[in-house]
Ligand binder design. Structure first.
Ligand SMILES: [Zn+2]
Length: 417
């Protein structure tokens, strides 16, 4: 469990399974809905159906090689932000949903079942594609389809037409900053944000958003809904970027922009896309680090060369010494990132999880099952929960969770198969 990382599809595609072992060992990947959509779009990429499915299956396989979380669709986080339920902390995956329960002993908790997207990844990884995927594809295509900006364009046209000429990304950023901080148009900007989510929420929730804004005496959006404010900046960078020619009009740029909405939910962003590289400095502060996908790949490649040169004893000694933390190597990007986010190396190496006896394992499973038998209650916040149960699956061929480098079926999961 290392710093939270978001990869784009291209970086994921370029990493081999051996390299992904190190990704999962030293980072916690946060897979976001747009990458799933991109995997899905591969199913129909080539006329040869089997070839297309093979590519999609290979990507799905890489995602599910190790326990992972999938971030909630950003519009749903945005809706909560506008309603005043701001996410508690940045730099980790935003997972909304789950069933809040209270069990007979009075403990409150949240149970997160696997999402439809996570179930789909499990199926695709074993080459199982069905008609449901068609429906998912449509659902996802709907959710990322180009937003119709014409309404808002009219509202903001006056302001836009009075902007100084945009001839660089710096001047684009400056204009966007001027717009989003302009006290006279905060209501227009709020409507613009609401327009983005209007198809996903009931009218009464829209009223709630507006009512809250009025009750708080028309505050600036930055204070009113911080995550929504962040999304506003992304939207306007894209819209004004297109308008001024600073961002090209190819359709994939719309999908690439989508990654930016998720950057508050990671520590490290590692794409292989020029648009990401150009815009990143205007979008994130130093709370998120940018690593070019090829540099990340080189790093994992070197780690793998080092690792495979060990004999069995050498591997064991290395693991006993460092557990799942990286060796302290000043030339390594990973070491630098751990120093920033993991209190490394002061934190020193985490204790290994003790091996469970059969008896203790049964006790643990019983305890979890007992906890989940509760009655449904109104939604609680994860910070107020006594426990969280997050369901996940692991297969024979997945990377073992003990970081031995073995596959699960031949390591800790041996007796299950
Ligand atoms: Zn193991």
């Amino acid at each position: 469990m290392g710093p939270i990382i978001i990869l784009d599809k291209s970086t994921l595609q370029t990493l081999t399974r051996d390299e992904i072992f190190f990704l999962n060992k030293y980072y916690s990947p946060n897979y976001i809905p747009v990458i799933i959509q991109e995997v899905l779009s591969n199913i129909r990429r080539f006329p040869d159906k089997r070839k297309s499915e093979k590519i999609a299956a290979s990507l799905a396989n890489k995602i599910k090689m190790f326990s992972y979380r999938m971030n909630t669709q950003y519009q749903d986080v945005l809706i909560q932000s506008l309603l005043g339920n701001e996410i508690q902390s940045y730099g980790r995956p935003a997972i909304i949903g789950g069933r809040s329960i209270e069990n007979p002993s009075g403990e409150k908790g949240i149970i997160f079942r696997k999402s439809a997207e996570e179930d789909a990844i499990d199926r695709w990884a074993i080459g199982d594609f069905n008609s449901e995927d068609e429906k998912l594809a449509i659902r996802w295509r709907d959710s990322i389809k180009k937003i119709d900006y014409t309404v808002i364009k009219n509202q903001l046209e006056d302001i836009w037409s009075n902007l100084p000429k945009i001839n660089s990304l710096e001047s684009l950023n400056k204009s966007v900053e001027q717009i989003i901080h302009n006290p006279k148009i905060q209501k227009d900007l709020l409507m613009y944000l609401i327009y983005d989510v209007v198809s996903r929420v009931k009218n009464e929730l829209i009223s709630k958003m507006l009512f809250r804004w009025e009750c708080e005496q028309n505050p600036k959006i930055k204070e009113f809904a911080p995550y929504a404010f962040y999304c506003l900046k992304i939207n306007l960078l894209f819209e004004l970027g297109l308008k001024s020619g600073q961002i090209g009009v190819k359709p994939s740029n719309r999908i690439d922009m989508e990654y930016f909405y998720y950057l508050p939910f990671c520590n490290v962003f590692s794409p292989r896309d020029k648009l990401h590289k150009r815009l990143f400095p205007f979008v994130m502060n130093e709370e998120c680090i940018f690593i070019w996908g090829d540099d990340l790949k080189n790093e994992f490649n070197e780690m793998n060369a080092h690792w495979t040169a060990f004999d069995e004893l050498g591997k064991k000694e290395f693991n006993d010494k460092y557990r799942h933390a990286p060796p302290n190597n000043e030339n390594s990007i990973t070491t630098r990132i751990w120093s920033k986010f993991m209190n490394y190396p002061e934190m020193l190496y985490p204790e290994p999880t003790p091996e469970l006896s059969k008896e203790n394992e049964k006790k643990l499973v019983d305890m979890i099952n007992k906890k989940r038998e509760g009655k449904a209650i109104d939604r609680i916040n994860s910070d107020d929960a006594d426990f969280l149960i997050i369901e996940s699956t692991i297969s024979y061929d997945d990377q073992c969770t003990c970081y031995s480098g073995e596959i699960f079926g031949k390591c800790c999961g041996k007796r299950l198969f």
